[in-house]
Ligand binder design. Structure first.
Ligand code: SF4
Ligand code: SF4
Length: 346
C-alpha cells in the first residue's frame, strides 16, 4: 500500500495528469430546474469539484445511467472517451457500498450477468472520500457500515482542509501516484481514529434481525400506517444508490430505433401490473412493503449485505417527509411486540 499527501495545488496538477489517461467524474454543482444540486459528472476542471457536501445524487448515475442506449445502434453522444478507463473521484463510503450491491446483482449473480453494466463498470475505478462528519439524515453506521473508509474502493482520499491524503491500495495504480510526496502512515492512522471517534455515538439505535423474517413481515399489519402519506412519485428510488429496477423502451422509427434501458420504480402503481390487468401490488402499502422488504429481507436473503446503505437521500428527497428510519423503528416495535425478532435466515 502507498500513502501520499498533497496540497490542493499539487492535487490540481495530479488531476491534470490523470485526465490525460482517464475520464474523470466527480461531484460538481449543477443547476437543474433552477435548483442547485451536487451531482457526479464527467469533468475536465479540477476547480469544479465539490468536496464538502454529500452529493445530492449518487454515482449510480454514472455507472448505471438513468437512460442507457443498448444494442448495436449506440448513437447517443457520449461526453467521455468510451475507450478510456474512468475514475470516479470523491465517492463516499455509503455510495461505495451501494455500488458493491449493484455489482452483486448485475455482475456476480450467476443467474444473469448484465453485459451492458459489466462492460461499463469494468472500466470504472472508485476513488473513495472519507466522511469527516455525519449529515442529519445519514445512518450508514447504524446499519454497520464504516463512514470513514470502505474496503471496496482501491483508492481513497482523506481530505483535511486543503490537504489530501491518498491511499493507493491497488498496485495497478501506483505508477500514477509514485512521484507525489509520501504521507506519514502513523499520522493518517491518527486522523482515521479521530474521525471514527466522531461517529462513536450511533446515528440511531436499531435492533432488527437481518434478513427481516419474510413471512412474518409480509403479513404484518404495519404497512398501511407507514405508507399512508406516500404519493408514489418514485423519487426515493431514483435517488437511492442501490435501487436498480429498470425497463426497456424503443425510440425512433422502424429501422432507426434505439433501445433504451431506463430506470423504473417499484413505487409506481403500474410497475408490477400484468398484461392481464392483474396487479399484485395494487395499493401503496403493498408497494411500500416491497421497498422495505427488498432492502432488508429479499436482498440479504439472496446476496451478502443489505439493499440500503443508510445514505439518507430518500429522507431528504421525499416530498411528504417519509423517513425510512421511522419505518425501521416501526418494524422493530412490531417484531418486539410479537415476542422477539428472528432472522429470516433461521
Ligand atoms: S419519495 Fe416519498 S412519496 Fe415519493 S414514492 Fe418515495 S416514499 Fe412515496
Ligand atoms: S433506501 Fe434511502 S437511505 Fe437507504 S440507500 Fe436508498 S436512499 Fe439511501
Amino acid at each position: 500500500m502507498m500513502i501520499k499527501k498533497i496540497n490542493k495545488k499539487e492535487f490540481k496538477e495530479l488531476f491534470n495528469n490523470l485526465k490525460e489517461k482517464y475520464n474523470i467524474a466527480a461531484p460538481v454543482l449543477v443547476d437543474k430546474n433552477k435548483k442547485s444540486l451536487v451531482e457526479y459528472q464527467y469533468i475536465d476542471d479540477f476547480d469544479r469539484i465539490v468536496w464538502n457536501k454529500q452529493p445530492d445524487s449518487s454515482p449510480k448515475n454514472i455507472i448505471f445511467p438513468q437512460n442507457t442506449p443498448v444494442g448495436n445502434d449506440y448513437k447517443r453522444k457520449q461526453f467521455y472517451n468510451q475507450e478510456q478507463e474512468s475514475l470516479i473521484l470523491g465517492v463516499r463510503s455509503c455510495d461505495i457500498e451501494a455500488i458493491k450491491t449493484l455489482d452483486q446483482v448485475f455482475i456476480e449473480d450467476e443467474m444473469y450477468v448484465d453485459q451492458n453494466y459489466k462492460q461499463r463498470r469494468g472500466k470504472i475505478t472508485l476513488v473513495g472520500l472519507s466522511c469527516p462528519e455525519r449529515n442529519k439524515s445519514c445512518f450508514c453506521d447504524a446499519l454497520g457500515f464504516n463512514p470513514v473508509e470502505s474496503e471496496y474502493a482501491p483508492l481513497y482520499i482523506f481530505k483535511e482542509e486543503n490537504e489530501f491524503w491518498i491511499k493507493v491500495k491497488d498496485e495497478k495504480f501506483e505508477k500514477d501516484f509514485v512521484n507525489l510526496p509520501d504521507g506519514d502512515q502513523e499520522k493518517l492512522k491518527e486522523l482515521i481514529e479521530k474521525r471514527l471517534d466522531t461517529f462513536k455515538e450511533s446515528s440511531f439505535d436499531l435492533d432488527i434481525p437481518i434478513p427481516l423474517p419474510e413471512k412474518e413481515m409480509f403479513a404484518a399489519d404495519i404497512w398501511e400506517e407507514m405508507s399512508e402519506k406516500c404519493l408514489g412519485c418514485g423519487i426515493c428510488t431514483y435517488y437511492c444508490p442501490t435501487c436498480y429496477c429498470f425497463n426497456f423502451i424503443w425510440e425512433g422509427n422502424d429501422g432507426e430505433s434505439t433501445k433504451y434501458k431506463n430506470w423504473d420504480s417499484c413505487m409506481f402503481s403500474t410497475y408490477s401490473a400484468h398484461a392481464s390487468g392483474h396487479n399484485p401490488r395494487d395499493s401503496k402499502d403493498k408497494r411500500y412493503r416491497n421497498r422495505i422488504m427488498h432492502k432488508f429481507s429479499y436482498h440479504p436473503l439472496n446476496y451478502e449485505g443489505l439493499g440500503c446503505v443508510g445514505c439518507g437521500r430518500c429522507i431528504d428527497r421525499c416530498p411528504v417527509n417519509l423517513d425510512i428510519r421511522e419505518a425501521l423503528k416501526l418494524t422493530e416495535k412490531y417484531l418486539s411486540e410479537k415476542g422477539g425478532a428472528k432472522s429470516g435466515k433461521n
